[in-house]
Design a protein around this ligand. Structure first.
Ligand code: DAH
Length: 338
């Protein structure tokens, strides 16, 4: 039949032509020629009504099959062009999209700097529990029963049985380490501490300390001074002045505080050092014999301990005036430490 041959010819032509096309524009042309409104297949479909009635169903079916085949092939071919044209549309001269690169929190940066210095001096890092009992936090450290720091105005006690509390300093870890180890030992203990403080520029109920402890048979106050002066010179600057002032802590004897020359005004007096020219950075001392006894050590050991606030060191190091900046989670502040 003439019409059957016509359909075969159209199919053959279409599949030959489409193999050779090279651009999306050619593909579009071929689509118009075959299945566009005035295309070859559409024209035959429209002419169906002029065919003898008995032929219409089978010819109509063949034409619809052909139309579907053509549409499928055009779609398949168009995918090939879509990908290659998208590649061409990338403008390599445009700047890249910016992305946010995370930075470490300044308190973590400072903690890392401090611990690195003590690692290089032979100290190891240990941690202790945040929830302490009254004995480790106070009694074993020779803090008397009616000492004001035990007051509920200062210490956050845990409700329930026993005298559990959120540790007010990292010093109780001294006791835990000594109970489980024999000297020589040299450790630092970084961690969170808690006090019932009102929030202001220099107080926050949660803060961070680093405790240090070095115990052996012949550790003297000279070792304490050597280690701490070495620490200050590496943390800040070898040219910074240091000053040991005598002080009092129940768990050390003798006790002292270490001041450094104000790095902001170099000692001439400014608002950071309150006109003093010096800033207090840490407390320290020779471990009290009662503390050794409470930890189960005999008289043959001596050692020194120290404790410093990480926030305090960070404020001095970066010249920041208000400790609350560390906790406000303001990215404009935090991003500066990248
Ligand atoms: N625990 C003290 C505090 O929180 C700091 C301190 C002072 C720790 C002297 C020590 C030390 O180990 O020897 O204020």
């Amino acid at each position: 039949m003439e019409i059957d041959r016509e359909i075969s010819r159209i199919r053959k032509n279409f599949f030959e032509t489409i193999e050779n096309i090279k651009t999306a524009e050619q593909l579009n042309n071929i689509k118009v020629v075959y299945i566009g409104r005035k295309g070859k297949v559409s024209r035959l479909l429209r002419g169906l009504s002029e065919l003898p009635e008995n032929l219409r169903p089978s010819v109509g079916q063949q034409l619809n099959i052909l139309k579907n085949e053509i549409e499928a092939k055009i779609k398949e071919t168009s995918l090939r062009f879509a990908t290659s044209e998208e590649t061409l549309s990338i403008d390599e001269t445009l700047p890249g999209r910016p992305f946010f690169k995370g930075v470490h929190h300044p308190l973590n940066i400072i903690r890392e700097k401090i611990t690195e210095i003590f690692f290089s001096l032979g100290f190891s890092l240990v941690e202790g529990p945040l929830i302490e009992d009254d004995w480790h936090n106070f009694t074993a450290l020779n803090i008397p029963e009616f000492h004001p720091s035990r007051d509920t105005h200062d210490t956050l006690y845990i409700e329930g049985e026993g005298h559990n509390l959120l540790r007010t300093h990292t010093s109780p870890v001294q006791i835990r380490i000594m109970k489980n180890n024999t000297p020589p030992l040299a450790v630092i203990v970084p961690g969170k501490c808690f006090r019932k403080d009102a929030i202001d520029a220099s107080h926050f109920p949660v803060f961070h300390q680093i405790e240090g402890l070095w115990v052996d048979k012949d550790i003297s106050f000279a070792d304490l001074k050597g280690v701490l002066i070495g620490f200050i010179s590496r943390m800040f600057s070898p040219n910074l002045k240091t000053r040991f002032r005598s002080s009092y802590f129940p768990f050390t004897e003798p006790s002292c505080e270490l001041d450094i020359g104000c790095p902001i005004c170099s000692g001439s007096g400014c608002s950071t050092c309150g006109g003093q020219g010096f800033i207090e950075v840490l407390g320290a001392g020779m471990v009290h014999p009662k503390v050794f006894r409470n930890a189960g050590y005999t008289e043959k050991y001596q050692g020194f301990a120290f404790g410093m606030g990480i926030e305090r060191i960070a404020l001095i190091y970066y010249g920041i005036a208000d400790l609350r900046d560390f906790y406000n989670n303001d990215l404009r502040f935090l991003e500066q430490f990248g």
